[in-house]
Design a protein around this ligand. Structure first.
Ligand code: UDP
Length: 469
């Protein structure tokens, strides 16, 4: 690596302040740093203070402000108020940060910003810097929002199924939920459409996927804006064990639970025998749904490792919490039990050979992580892009099944049990596992030297390095 002083190119990366947006951009920062750029990850003051992590040996950390330094998003009256203040305080403090680095050996060359913060591109351009939005979600989902933003797809949708180049025919329930449930979450809907407000001024459009996974839609979208696929954004140790300079460095906003307990517990299980269950960092299930899920898991007969965030814990049936955490049980009894934790190192868990399937809300990171380590899924999408991801998981990549929701909006225990059995223990499930392994291999190929994403990252890095040459 070049001397730390001088012109190796400095990229300032600005994530949206939530776990699912921080994770992929942080991994991308590490990639850039491992390829010789200086990478500084600038999250909000509140997130910076909440992070459960040591500083990274590869990536510098710095801060901007969202205007809620002491409480973050939870302090805001509404998402609309939050976004408005984030834009005002964020633009000002991002400018201050750029100015701060101007007087050092490492002036900033490029701003990579979460695509839902389009104002960051205006700041980059004010300073004459390279600007690149980072789209955290699937290219298919971005393409749908692009079409809506530009008036090529009307909402509410007028005729079904929706046919778009590069995508299978989509029924309403396969569309992102802001379209599927018309009028739901207007502020979020506006936020995802505004990703395209100024992309015509962007120098690069970075998308958190890999070409082979979404080739047709990437090709279609590339005709509209300069799309560069740069994923899967997971630590290289999970893709290619030969890369030694990568450590599993993450920024957790939740306290990791019983980490050694989880590893020890998994170690005692046969290969492909455990169902890993998680609904990510934000989704919240209703009380009845939680009860149905608990019983569905139990009735499936498989052991499970279930992440229930502390804020959701009171919805788990009491007898089950007690049962699963019963340390008083003797060894034989204990080995039959499942495990409920508040938060876990998800990638480490998913890549453990004891895991047979991932019962997931189909958040994009969770989806990409499961694909990257070759684990089939049961999809129970909740909102936003998860509904479209579930469609792709089931019908395009054929690595899982999607649960059926009852007319009253609840997924019943019998359905949950049936879907788990199908993935864990059927001929079709075996096929899904084979497909998942195929995607794992393709994801790895995209990221290793000369792969589709690696080449795109190299092109980006060399543009930044040569900027001051
Ligand atoms: N995650 C984790 N531990 C957990 C649950 C989730 O580290 O116990 C991570 C997971 O690996 C993923 C992120 O949290 O990177 C969740 O992102 P995703 O896009 O799947 O869902 P979101 O939280 O945005 O709904």
């Amino acid at each position: 690596m070049e001397d730390d002083k001088g012109c190796r190119g400095h990229v300032l990366l600005v994530p949206y302040p939530s776990q699912g947006h921080i994770n992929p951009m942080l991994q991308f920062s590490k990639r850039l740093a491992s390829k010789g750029l200086k990478a500084t990850f600038a999250t909000t003051v509140f997130i910076f203070n909440s992070m459960k992590a040591d500083t990274s040996p590869l990536v510098g950390l710095d801060t901007i402000s969202d205007g809620y330094d002491s409480g973050g998003f939870a302090e805001a009256e509404s998402i609309h108020t939050y976004i408005t203040r984030l834009e005002a305080a964020g633009s000002k403090t991002l400018s201050d940060l750029i100015v701060k680095y101007q007087s050092t050996d490492h002036p900033v060359d490029c701003i990579v910003y979460d695509s839902i913060l389009p104002w960051a591109l205006d700041v980059a351009k004010e300073f004459g810097l390279v600007g690149a939005p980072f789209f955290t979600q699937a290219c298919a989902v971005n393409y749908i929002y692009y079409l809506v933003h530009h008036g090529h797809l009307r909402v509410p949708v007028e005729s079904l199924p929706v046919c778009m180049p590069g995508l299978p025919p989509l029924e309403l329930r396969d569309m992102p939920s802001f379209i599927y449930v018309a009028g739901s979450y207007p502020a979020y809907f506006e936020m995802v459409l505004h990703q395209f407000l100024n992309t015509d001024k962007a120098d690069w459009v970075l998308v958190n996927t890999f070409y082979e996974l979404e080739a047709e839609v990437v090709d279609t979208m590339s005709k509209l804006c300069p799309v560069s696929t740069i994923g899967p954004t997971i630590p290289s140790m999970y893709l290619d064990k030969r890369v030694e300079d990568d450590i599993e460095y993450g920024l957790n906003l939740f306290t990791l639970d019983k980490s050694t307990l989880i590893t020890d517990w998994l170690r005692s299980k046969p290969p492909s025998s455990v169902v890993y269950v998680s609904f990510g960092s934000l989704s919240s299930l209703g009380r009845i749904q939680m009860e149905e899920l608990a019983w569905g898991l139990k009735q499936s007969g498989f052991q499970f490792l279930w992440v229930v965030r502390a804020s959701e814990e009171d919805k788990v049936p009491k007898h089950m919490l007690k049962l699963e955490a019963d340390d008083g049980a003797d060894h034989d009894e204990k080995s039959e039990k499942s495990l409920i934790v508040n938060w876990c190192p998800q990638l480490e868990v998913l890549s453990n050979e004891a895991i047979g399937c991932f019962f997931t809300h189909c958040g994009w990171n969770s989806t990409v992580e499961a694909l990257s380590v070759g684990v089939p899924m049961v999809g129970m999408p909740q909102w936003t892009d998860q509904t479209t991801d579930a469609k792709l998981i089931q019908d395009v990549w054929e690595v899982g099944v999607r649960v059926r929701v009852d007319e009253d909006g609840v997924v019943r225990r019998g359905e949950i049990e049936g879907c788990i059995r199908e993935v864990m223990d059927s001929e079709r499930g075996k096929e899904m596992r084979r497909n998942a392994r195929k995607w794992k291999a393709l994801g790895r190929e995209a990221m290793i030297e000369g792969g589709s994403s690696d080449k795109n990252i190299d092109a980006f890095v060399s543009k930044i390095k040569n900027r001051r040459a």
